[in-house]
Design a protein around this ligand. Structure first.
Ligand SMILES: C[S@@+](CC[C@H](N)C(=O)[O-])C[C@H]1O[C@@H](n2cnc3c(N)ncnc32)[C@H](O)[C@@H]1O
Length: 236
């Protein structure tokens, strides 16, 4: 994969452009599974009804907020993303559904001013694929830095299934059909072609899990629907 596709400015612009159709397309690209995988992201994490600090990284439009608030009803939720246009939708959701109680932060996670040892829980859905290996190493360092000792984290990402039949069907769908739908929704399929490029370069969360483990975090891998999504959760 060409290095420039991982440059923050490139990724930010990509999501700014996709923001208008992201919600619909995200649902379609995962056959509706994205909603389920987001819920599963939280299942491995411990319940807690205290006033804990939770941060949802690469929060997009706030797709995880409902589930987080359901699991952690008294938490202070912080949500971070660097795409202003994705966050514009997040602000609307915050006004309409969350009484502006979510602290939304527009920042690059790899260049942020978050306080150290602040959060009990770190969550992140579908954000890993646009990071290079080097960036995932920095991400692991950041997650370790911002987590309290004993704090938990969970990540999930769309992945290339190992089963050949499923992989061929999935790659045809994401690589060929989705760009056509992208053209219908957006008039330009380029952004949605990139999704498959990132997913096939990312493959699955195994390498990222190993990187988080090398950073000194306790890591457990997880796989959903025959490897169409993979992730990991763990403890500092
Ligand atoms: C595929 S979307 C996922 C959004 C949401 N978490 C979901 O479940 O649908 C990835 C998001 O990560 C954000 N992002 C990517 N790299 C980032 C970085 N280095 N710092 C902050 N946000 C980033 C993008 O702007 C985008 O909104």
């Amino acid at each position: 994969m060409d290095k420039r596709y991982y440059e923050p400015e490139y990724v930010r612009t990509l999501f700014d452009k996709m923001s208008a159709s992201y919600e619909r397309m995200n649902y379609i690209t995962s056959f509706g599974f994205s909603i389920r995988w987001r819920k599963q992201l939280l299942q491995s994490l411990p319940n807690n009804v205290s006033q804990i600090q939770v941060i949802d990284l690469l929060t997009g439009m706030g797709e995880n907020w409902n589930s987080i608030k359901h699991k952690y009803p008294n938490c202070q939720l912080t949500a971070l993303d660097f795409s202003e246009k994705m966050l514009k939708h997040a602000h609307k959701t915050n006004d309409l559904k969350f009484k502006q109680r979510v602290r939304i932060k527009c920042a690059d996670i790899l260049n942020n001013d978050l306080p150290s040892e602040q959060y009990d829980i770190v969550t992140c859905s579908f954000g890993l694929k646009t990071f290079s290996k080097q960036q995932i190493i920095s991400l692991a360092t950041e997650v370790k830095r911002v987590l309290k000792k004993g704090g938990h984290f969970s990540f999930v990402e769309v992945s290339e299934p190992k089963n050949l039949l499923l992989r061929s069907a999935y790659s045809f769908y994401l690589g060929k059909i989705i760009p056509i739908l992208g053209k219908l929704f957006l008039g330009d399929p380029t952004e949605y072609k990139m999704l498959w490029k990132y997913t096939s370069a990312f493959k699955n969360a195994d390498d990222a899990a190993a990187i988080f483990s090398d950073a000194g975090l306790q890591v457990h891998k997880q796989s959903f629907f025959f490897g169409c999504a993979t992730g990991f959760w763990g403890v500092k």
